[in-house]
Design a protein around this ligand. Structure first.
Ligand code: AMP
Length: 284
């Protein structure tokens, strides 16, 4: 695997590959890689000639300094994992290489997607995400980029980003990878205390129960039911639970037959904020 830290060198290498007719599949990450990341990279490799991964903990998408400072960094292990799935290229730039002297976000209008859910609770988060993904797309110029549905709102925002800015990259959403007990894999999971780690699978269990009840209960009733369940839990604190239209991400009040819905949740397990979501299918 080739490792680049300078964008000019990466660009030169990739332009030679493109000149040889090779297609590029790209997976942007913040490192501390797990099987969820690797599934995206495997897919990028299956569908393209060259698989490119970036590892960059993007400061402008963090609204919480402690979360940024304590974000897990496991570079040597990441390299071993990437080599195990035959990743071709790793881009590992410094903050200066990406932002030079000016560590700020561009402001984006994602047609309201950015004001829902994570956007309400993480100030400026999606401006930071838009800034880094746009910058990385300009550097890598991939044919296709792969994103996990673990961050479903982010995935929809990236679709909007390429559409509104005419960026010629195909965006593919991929399934959520989970631990055996159902907890969605996340780089932050290693920061959970033992007791919070044991409590955390409750989040997905609750989402699955909510999915079962979807259709029999209204969206409002179901939301209240989840809120009550979480309130009773001694170790988990609910930030939000929302049933939303997959396209607009607006909270659903009336369920319409021709639309797709998804339940979204954010929970604090001690200091660690965990998010998850599940597709909702009506029974009738
Ligand atoms: P991150 O390193 O957290 O920025 O994530 C990089 C990419 O991996 C994003 O597209 C995430 O949605 C995706 N990802 C993170 N966790 C998972 C997971 N458990 N399953 C599938 N994709 C994931």
């Amino acid at each position: 695997m080739k490792i680049f830290t300078k964008k000019s060198e990466l660009k030169e290498f990739l332009s030679n590959q493109k000149a040889d007719g090779k297609s590029i599949g790209f997976v942007p990450t913040m490192g501390a890689l797990h099987q969820g990341h690797l599934s995206l990279i495997k897919r990028a490799k299956e569908k393209n000639d060259i698989g490119v991964v970036s590892i960059f903990v993007n400061p402008t998408q963090f609204d919480n300094k402690e979360d940024l400072d304590k974000y897990p960094k496991t570079f040597d292990n990441d390299v071993l994992l990437l080599e195990s799935v035959n990743c071709d290229v790793l881009f590992f730039p410094s903050v200066e290489e990406i932002y030079a002297e000016n560590i700020t976000s561009e402001k984006f209008d994602f047609d309201g997607l950015e004001h829902q859910m994570e956007g309400k609770f993480r100030d400026g988060h999606f401006d930071g995400v838009g800034t880094i993904v746009k910058a990385l797309f300009e550097i890598v110029e991939p044919d296709t980029a792969y994103f996990g549905r673990k961050d479903f709102q982010q995935l929809q925002i990236i679709h909007k980003l390429v559409e509104k800015h005419n960026i010629p990259v195909k965006i593919k959403g991929r399934p959520i990878f989970r631990e055996e007990d159902g907890l969605a894999m996340s780089s932050r999971n290693v920061r959970l205390t033992k007791e919070h780690r044991e409590a955390a699978p409750f989040i997905y269990k609750t989402l699955k129960k909510a999915r079962k009840k979807f259709g029999a209960k209204s969206a409002k009733e179901l939301t209240e039911w989840v809120e009550k369940k979480l309130k009773k839990h001694p170790l988990l604190e609910l930030e939000y639970f929302t049933i939303a239209d997959e396209q607009t991400l607006e909270t659903a009040t009336i369920i319409e037959p021709n639309k797709k819905y998804r339940a979204f949740i954010a929970v604090f397990a001690g200091d660690i904020r965990l998010i998850d979501n599940i597709s909702l299918k009506r029974k009738h």
